[in-house]
Design a protein around this ligand. Sequence first.
Ligand code: ZN
Length: 245
Amino acid sequence: MPGRTEGIVLKSRPFGEADLIVEYLTRDFGIRPAFAKSPRKIKSRFGGSLEPFTHARISLMGREDANLPRLTQSDIIRPFQTLREHSGGFVQACGLAALVMKLLPERETHGAPDAFELLLWGLDGLEREPGSSFVPVVFKLRVLALAGYAPSLSGCARCGRQSEAFNFSFYPRDGALLCGDCKKDAPAIKISAALKGLLGSLQAFPLEKLARIKPGEKLLSELKGFVETHFREGANITVKPARPL
Ligand SMILES: [Zn+2]
């Protein structure tokens, strides 16, 4: 039986007349669907706590092997209501939830607290600054790392050189850097020293310190291009566009 934990609602769908199936990212048990009895019947605090992106303290009851534990309690810790009511922010938050569901396996408890904290960080950032282009790209980079798709940026993957003077390129299909001397004939992205430094910080910094990093517009757009290409080519992942829940 899963038990008590904290959860963030990724999405929910109606089930029968008045019930809901709620997909959670939980702090302790990873991604878990849960069955919520009759939340749609009356406008209640319980029902309100099942809105998308709500962070709540929850209790899941059912056998350990039960596919669908029952949600017996849900107390809101943070509603993220402002985020939900901002149309642009809402769509961006749907994008974060879609990435979590696409990249992280269901019921995986290993690394669950990190994934949970990352999603909270992303939702918090989007609620503070809806339309942010920094939060979604950093979220994508970090969730890729949690899923085992971190780009390798520690130096040339062939000769091990670190110096920026060697003119690095990133090879998305290998997920790694090669220096100017080791370069090969394959699709590559030129990577500036500034971007390499930024990526290093974004991967290594604790979440609470990421807000200190403020790349300029040019570097941010370089970052976006890099993460998108790595996502598409290296991780070889296609994610359906976010859709209303
Ligand atoms: Zn090299």
